[in-house]
Design a protein around this ligand. Structure first.
Ligand code: AMP
Length: 389
């Protein structure tokens, strides 16, 4: 079911509560923002709402203050940064509920950023009374925090019961558009590239995507659980022995669809710059740290023919060159394919950055956990709670 978008709302003269994801990384001490990417990601929604004549109440969590005020996790530096990015004042409230906040509520064209929602334990507990107090601050609710949409908290789910309309912001809309397109109705052939450390983290993703896509290319450490399940030697590679049966079952269920590496870059040491060789069978005592050149070539050929690509997780230990080669090569293949490409957040995002192809990816998700849950076929509570169109 499609959800109301901020573009469907009449915002003129309204007070709009926008749940943003301002969970930015801070330098020790909590005063300096080390990446403003998440703030920038919400600017289109903020600017749109201002242009429509709304007054804005912005709210976010930052870090894990565990229900207590903590000056090292204050959103105050974010208010300063946001004002700088927008070129207009941003008032900062000392709390997120209560009379002091109510006294500061914005007129049309003004912006008020609330203090960290998680200073109150009731936020994560999705407490009804706390939710109602948040809802009291606004006429209309907008959720632009895709990265927190997999959590049922007061600001993402609870308060929606107490507002008349709840819509997706522009960033949330964008995330849902591409993730839905790729997983529900993809242009074919549709190829999923799944890598990373553990099968156990991605079982639901593999199971769900295998139903939808035409090929699942497996890389990263999880490939070795699959290979071991087929009786292949894996040396000292990272393997989840308790997932061997599951890996075997998946391969039997989708023969030819789930594709495994045919060669491997192996080393005796888990270290950047370690001596390595490329082999088709992992020798005893060595561990596989990247996919080999033959695998890169065959995966790249499949990628070149794709119309839709979904990627989550690196093909090797991309943080430690030279074991980044497979991931970088596939990132370039994805960028050159001309396919609609959707990359999950977290390590996958870092990997395409290492490859220098971020701007050539159709959509890079801003939510690691949320995009994984979406790719698993789960309904995100923060999306489900929004008003249906
Ligand atoms: P994930 O968070 O599940 O996407 O996993 C990402 C992590 O998997 C990265 O830190 C990679 O270094 C790691 N990884 C990828 N391939 C391997 C491998 N062959 N052996 C050990 N770790 C790996």
């Amino acid at each position: 079911m499609s959800k109301l978008s901020i573009k469907d709302l009449d915002l003129k003269g309204k007070r709009v509560f926008i749940r943003v994801d301002f969970n930015v990384p801070l330098a020790p001490g909590g005063q300096e923002i080390t990446s403003d990417k998440r703030i920038r990601a919400s600017l289109p929604t903020i600017q749109y709402a201002l242009e429509q004549g709304a007054g804005l109440v912005l709210a976010s969590h930052l870090g894990r203050p565990k229900g207590k005020p903590n000056p090292e996790m204050s959103l105050k530096p974010v208010a300063v940064k946001l004002a700088e990015l927008l070129g207009k004042p941003v008032a900062f409230a000392p709390d997120c509920i209560g009379p002091a906040v109510e006294a500061m509520l914005p007129a049309p064209g003004e912006i008020l950023l609330l203090e960290n929602l998680r200073y109150h334990a009731e936020e994560e507990a999705n407490d009804a009374a706390f939710s109602e107090k948040l809802a009291k601050l606004c006429d209309v609710y907008v959720n632009d925090a895709f990265g927190t949409a997999h959590r049922a908290h007061a600001s993402t789910v609870g308060m929606i019961r107490f507002v008349k309309q709840a819509a997706a912001g522009l960033l949330m809309d964008q995330e849902l558009k591409y993730l839905t397109m790729a997983t529900k109705n993809p242009a074919r052939p549709c190829v999923a590239i799944l890598g990373g450390a553990k099968v156990s983290d991605k079982i639901e993703v593999i199971e769900n995507l295998a139903k939808v896509v035409d090929k699942v290319l497996i890389g990263g450490a999880m490939a070795y659980t699959f290979l071991k399940s087929q009786g292949e030697p894996v040396g000292k590679s990272l393997v989840e022995d308790d997932k061997l049966d599951l890996a075997k079952k998946l391969l039997a269920e989708y023969p030819g669809k789930i594709v495994l590496p045919v060669d491997h870059v192996v080393s005796a040491e888990f270290k950047a710059g370690a001596d390595n060789q490329t082999v088709t069978q992992v020798p005893d005592g060595l561990m596989a740290l990247d996919i080999g050149a033959q695998t890169v070539a065959s995966y790249s050929a499949i990628i070149a023919g794709a119309k839709t690509i979904i990627w989550n997780g690196p093909m090797g230990v991309f943080e430690m060159p030279p074991f980044d080669k497979g991931t970088v090569a596939l990132a370039k293949a994805v960028a050159e394919s001309g396919a609609v490409s959707v990359v999950g957040g977290g390590d996958s995002e870092k990997a395409i950055k290492v490859a220098g192809v971020t701007s050539r990816i159709t959509h890079v998700s801003t939510g690691g956990g949320a995009s994984l849950e979406f790719l698993s076929g789960m309904e995100l509570p923060g999306v489900a709670a929004l008003t249906d169109k």
